[in-house]
Design a protein around this ligand. Structure first.
Ligand code: KIV
Ligand code: NA
Length: 266
């Protein structure tokens, strides 16, 4: 069976079908999501926070994204794999964006890339798409701008900000993006953006009115420690399950009950 393509994504919007997206950063986890039927997996630069131990997505490098994207591609058979262009890998120019996106397609084998920004990134989107690389755009809250925001504030509040968000979404659609992430946007505005576009919107903290929904997998599965944003729903408590397994193993080693006969060669 073949992989999901951007044509399938376009067809889903025409049929009014909603779809889920999760992040993935390694082959094994990606294979679980692929087998669960998640059609699109994002090798997000959120790997900076939840996988590489950075405090934001800002330090993530092309090398890091490329290596983990290749692992996710190898671990999957069916999902469309989308890789983030990290901070500093596309802002300089459309040519820089194309060079780095090409690396993700050729070295890692991803089917599409994602980059942050609406109007400000439209020229990048245009060159990538005209070069044959499908692009998922990302507007609203763009975490690579954390130093400019001074945090992670909800976007699009107030008439002026709402109009800018609509312009941003329209700009990336016109530039040829096949879909657009709306992050941390009031639900009513996200629904309005979704109605006004012919490409699907992928919401995160953007309410029920989007065409698709994405969550960071470690948040969704309850593996993240400490604070998780309000828009996250935890569908499992992996931190408890995994921590419990580690404690049981430790106890049995210290207490001398592991390994038992059946785990030993004779
Ligand atoms: O890096 C990421 O995980 C993302 C999603 C939250 C959209 O960009
Ligand atoms: Na990201």
């Amino acid at each position: 069976s073949r992989r999901v393509t951007v044509r399938d994504i376009a067809a889903a919007k025409e049929r009014g079908e909603k779809w889920p997206m999760l992040t993935a950063y390694d082959a094994m986890t990606a294979s679980v999501f692929d087998e669960a039927g998640i059609p699109v997996l994002l090798v997000g630069d959120s790997m900076g926070n939840c996988h590489l131990g950075y405090e934001s997505t800002v330090p993530v490098t092309m090398d890091e994204i490329t290596i983990l994207s290749a692992a996710v591609v190898r671990g999957t058979k069916r999902a469309l794999i989308v890789a983030d262009l990290p901070f500093g890998a596309f802002q300089e120019s459309p040519v820089q964006a194309l060079r780095n996106a090409t690396r993700l397609v050729k070295e890692a084998g991803v089917g599409a890339v994602k980059l942050e920004g609406g109007e400000r990134s439209a020229h990048q989107v245009e060159l990538l798409v005209s070069s044959g690389i499908p692009v998922m755009a990302h507007v609203g809250l763009t975490p690579q701008s954390v130093n400019a925001y001074g945090g992670y504030p909800v976007q699009g509040r107030g008439e002026e900000a709402a109009q800018q968000l609509l312009r941003d979404a329209k700009a990336v659609q016109d530039a040829g993006a096949f879909s657009v992430v709306l992050e941390a946007v009031p639900a009513e505005l996200a629904a309005e953006v979704t109605r006004s576009l012919h490409i699907p919107t992928v919401g995160i903290g953007a309410g029920i009115g989007c065409d698709a929904q994405v969550l960071v997998w470690t948040d969704m599965a309850g593996l993240t420690s400490g604070h998780v944003p309000r828009f996250v729903k935890q569908y499992a408590n992996l931190r408890e399950v995994l921590g419990g397994a580690a404690k049981d193993f430790a106890e049995e080693v210290v207490g001398g009950s592991f390994p038992a006969k059946e785990h030993s060669f004779r």
